[in-house]
Design a protein. Structure first.
Length: 203
C-alpha cells in the first residue's frame, strides 16, 4: 500500500535506509485469502482439535525418545558388564633397557617394582579379580635352563604381589621361558622385548 520511487529504497544510495522506511506512511502485508467453491454451509475449522492432535504427537515422540534412551542405557550396561568379563592384559618388559631382575637373574629389581603398580592397584580395587602371571625370558640359555629361570622369576613376582596385600589364592603363575618370543633373539633389543612378564587379570 502506497507508492514510492525505487531510488528512495535503494540501500546503496540511501544511507539511512531503515529510517527512511520508518518515516513513510506505508505498510507492506502478505494476506492469504481462502475462497470456498461449491456453496453450502461449511463447518468452521476446529483449531483446538488440531492443537490437541499436535500435542499428542509430540507426547508420543517424547515417549519414544525416552524408550530409546532407556534401551541405550540397557545396552550400555550390558556392554559394561561384557567389558568386565573380558580379561585385562598388562605387559611389562625390558624394551627400554630396564632390568626387571637383579644380577642373580630372578630377584626383582627393587628400583623398578613400580612397573607392577598397575597390576597391584587393579587387584586391590577389585577383591574378586584374579591374576595369571606368565613369565618369559630370553637370556641365551638352553630351553630347559630358560624355563627354570622363568619359574624362579615367577615365584619372585608372586611373593611381591603377596607383599602388597594380594592373597596368594588370587595369583596363578606360569613359567614359559623362551617358548614364545615376540622378536628375533639376534639383537639385544629383541631379547629385551622377549624378556617380559604378562599379567592377565580376570574380573
Amino acid at each position: 500500500m502506497g507508492v514510492t520511487e525505487d531510488s528512495d529504497y535503494n540501500r546503496v544510495t540511501t544511507p539511512n535506509y531503515s529510517a527512511n522506511i520508518e518515516n513513510k506512511d506505508e505498510v507492506g502485508a502478505y494476506v492469504q485469502v481462502v475462497i470456498p467453491f461449491g456453496g453450502g454451509k461449511r463447518e468452521r475449522l476446529n483449531c483446538n482439535r488440531l492443537f490437541n492432535i499436535e500435542i499428542d504427537r509430540l507426547k508420543a515422540q517424547i515417549e519414544k525418545l525416552k524408550a530409546e534412551a532407556s534401551l541405550g542405557d540397557i545396552w550400555a550396561q550390558a556392554s559394561e558388564e561384557q567389558d568386565k568379563s573380558i580379561p585385562e592384559m598388562i605387559t611389562v618388559d625390558e624394551t627400554r633397557g630396564t632390568a626387571l631382575f637383579d644380577v642373580d637373574g630372578y630377584s626383582l629389581n627393587s628400583s623398578f617394582t613400580h612397573k607392577f603398580n598397575d597390576v597391584v592397584f587393579t587387584l586391590l580395587d577389585n577383591d574378586q579379580a584374579k591374576v595369571k602371571v606368565i613369565v618369559l625370558n630370553d637370556s641365551g640359555l638352553p630351553e630347559s635352563e630358560e624355563l627354570d629361570l622363568a619359574e624362579q622369576r615367577a615365584d619372585s613376582i608372586a611373593k611381591y604381589l603377596e607383599s602388597r596385600g594380594i592373597d596368594k589364592s588370587r595369583i596363578k603363575v606360569l613359567a614359559r621361558g623362551n617358548l614364545y618370543p615376540v622378536e628375533a633373539s639376534d639383537t639385544q633389543e629383541g631379547r629385551n622385548a622377549n624378556t617380559r612378564v604378562e599379567f592377565i587379570i580376570s574380573r
